[in-house]
Design a protein around this ligand. Sequence first.
Ligand code: C5P
Length: 236
Amino acid sequence: MTPRERLIVALDLPTVEAAEGVVARIGGAASFYKIGYQLIPVGGLDLARRLSAAGNKVFLDFKFHDIGATVERGTASVARLGADFLTVHAEPDVLKGAVAGRGRDPRLKILAVTVLTSLDQTALARIGLTTPIEDLVLRRAEMAAEAGADGVVASAREAAAIRARFGGALLIVTPGVRPKGAGVDDQKRVATPAEAIGAGADYLVVGRPVVEAADPQAAAKAIVADIAGVRGDGAG
Ligand code: C5P
């Protein structure tokens, strides 16, 4: 995998037109795009089809969380649509449903959301979770591995522990990535691209630092260069 293939740009934009404008400005600097809640109700799935037909990889960030049977049917529909990554919550029945719904689809990978990168220990305590974040992330990663999911979404801070425990058995997809000098927005457990990759992340999800940049292509290229500095696995 090249450094460029490790970058996933989160198209967190209000319209499909705005998203397509950013994709055009990024040009060839990225080829993996995440579509989430903001775009899904306003044409995001057609955008996913178009991006995919143009040779890009597509991450649908649905974060499914429902009874197993419903998650299973929803995931089967996503597999028919054609996508590369789908997120679900890290609970045993949800994960089992997603893995069953994906069936033998050779393309779709199921990712378990461990603990959102916008949460810290104080925020977790407010919802009654007093387990240390790293333990909670590892417990949820274990559920993902046991259910046969393909990977986890986790912050750079937990990536090394996940890699140490699960080796290559789980893909690690890391949001909360901020290039040096960039604002953190609402993210709390942040890291630079090089730090995240150095900690063991396979893919980085970056939204605002790219899509809100004056020059999204330059921003994407700078992140890819930062990744390449850590992993010498091919240029571009
Ligand atoms: O703009 P920013 O780089 O913070 O965007 C990060 C993206 O990753 C957002 O689309 C957010 O929904 C997503 N995400 C996250 N933390 C998770 C899972 C997904 O920030 N644990």
